[in-house]
Design a protein around this ligand. Structure first.
Ligand SMILES: Cc1cc2nc3c(=O)[nH]c(=O)nc-3n(C[C@H](O)[C@H](O)[C@H](O)COP(=O)(O)OP(=O)(O)OC[C@H]3O[C@@H](n4cnc5c(N)ncnc54)[C@H](O)[C@@H]3O)c2cc1C
Length: 326
């Protein structure tokens, strides 16, 4: 599926390397990390390397029990949840990103504020030229929604291919957008459609929301309540998925509508989701796959990791944009 020119030859195994781990214990921590499959220090930080490094550190240190004790509350309103938010407290939505982070010792909140009892955060409303989706709406609900499928089929398609069935039935729109994982799918739709993120305090335009890896414009104690997506004249989504996690190795969302012509890319950027002005200009002039293939995307500032090089990701972007156009 992800073949601008075949697999990156840098990731093929050397002759005689069957990928099996050595049974004899390596002498140094560096050697042990290499034997366990952690890439070298040149590899940029991304969700896979962070989780892998944390998991390996636990195995090296023999610490299999990093989950810390925490207080738990389940408020019934946004106001009560905001009031409970405090330093060292964390909101929990579907828990699909937060709980693995806690399990790996990457997060150790003293309190969890569970949003699952707040009815006002759930549901989908399509009115006029906008689809508004509550923060606690699950990926499965978005994928199955007749309103979304009719107004923005590409958004339903995106939601329907996040992770696996379990992740889609627990994970939420608000959690995905707040987390801003650099390989997450929803940030590409939010940016690629020019959506508005609603919080308990304000409305934030997509262009102002995503600030970098796992970083957004949200204040520590600010809650996403919903996201409003303008209905485009046309839109499409394509991702080349990392086969183990199904996160985007590269994902591209394209749209044309009230917010202009937009192309947003996830999975590739060293700073997380980003727009591609050259592709937007090409598609504004000619909405076609051929127009995308005429654009070259620079590999500067793109990720290289064990799954794909920056050059490979750069080559995928116009290809996937072209496929998303249809
Ligand atoms: C095996 C696996 C595969 C996955 N594959 C994909 C994939 O292909 N594509 C993809 O996009 N994602 C993927 N995910 C991630 C998944 O989509 C998560 O659902 C999502 O990242 C987080 O949503 P959540 O509701 O579980 O949030 P949580 O894990 O509960 O929270 C995540 C973060 O967001 C904060 N937060 C949650 N809700 C709010 C809110 N309303 N306001 C403010 N802050 C909030 C939390 O405090 C926390 O910091 C995968 C996850 C797993 C475990």
């Amino acid at each position: 599926m992800c073949q601008p020119g075949g697999p990156d030859p840098r990731h093929r195994r050397a002759p005689g390397d069957d990928g099996a781990r050595s049974s004899s214990p390596p002498a140094t921590i560096d050697a042990r990390c290499n034997a366990l499959g952690v890439h070298d220090a040149q590899e940029p930080v991304n969700p896979y390397t962070v989780c892998k490094a944390a998991g390996v550190a636990r195995r090296i240190l023999g610490d299999e029990n990093t989950m810390q004790a925490f207080a738990y509350s389940r408020p019934a309103s946004v106001t009560a949840a905001a009031a409970a938010a405090a330093e060292n407290a964390k909101i929990i939505a579907g828990g699909q990103s937060l709980l693995p982070s806690m399990r790996l010792g990457l997060a150790a909140p003293e309190a969890l504020i569970d949003l699952s009892a707040i009815a006002e955060l759930k549901g989908i409303t399509a009115a006029g030229d906008t689809v508004r989706i509550g923060a606690m709406t699950t990926h499965a609900e978005v994928a199955a929604s007749a309103a979304v499928r009719q107004a923005i089929p590409a958004l339903a398609e995106l939601a329907g291919h996040i992770g696996d069935r379990q992740v889609r039935h627990r994970g939420t729109l608000g959690g995905s957008v707040a987390n801003n994982d650099p390989a997450a799918c929803y940030p590409a739709a939010v940016l690629g459609l020019g959506a508005t993120v609603h919080t308990n305090r304000r409305d934030i335009a997509a262009d102002d929301f995503f600030l970098g890896l796992y970083t957004t414009a949200l204040a520590e104690d600010e809650l996403i309540t919903a996201v409003s997506f303008p209905v485009p004249a046309r839109a499409g989504w394509q991702k080349c998925k990392q086969p183990a996690s199904r996160f985007s190795l590269v994902g591209v969302f394209v749209s044309q509508g009230p917010q202009g012509t937009r192309v947003a890319v996830t999975g590739a950027g060293a700073g997380g989701v980003f727009r591609v002005p050259a592709l937007e200009a090409a598609l504004a002039a000619d909405w076609s796959a051929a127009a995308c293939l005429g654009v070259t995307v620079a590999a500067d500032n793109l990720n290289t990791d064990l799954h794909a090089s920056a050059a490979y990701r750069a080559a995928l972007i116009p290809v996937l944009a072209g496929r998303a156009v249809g």
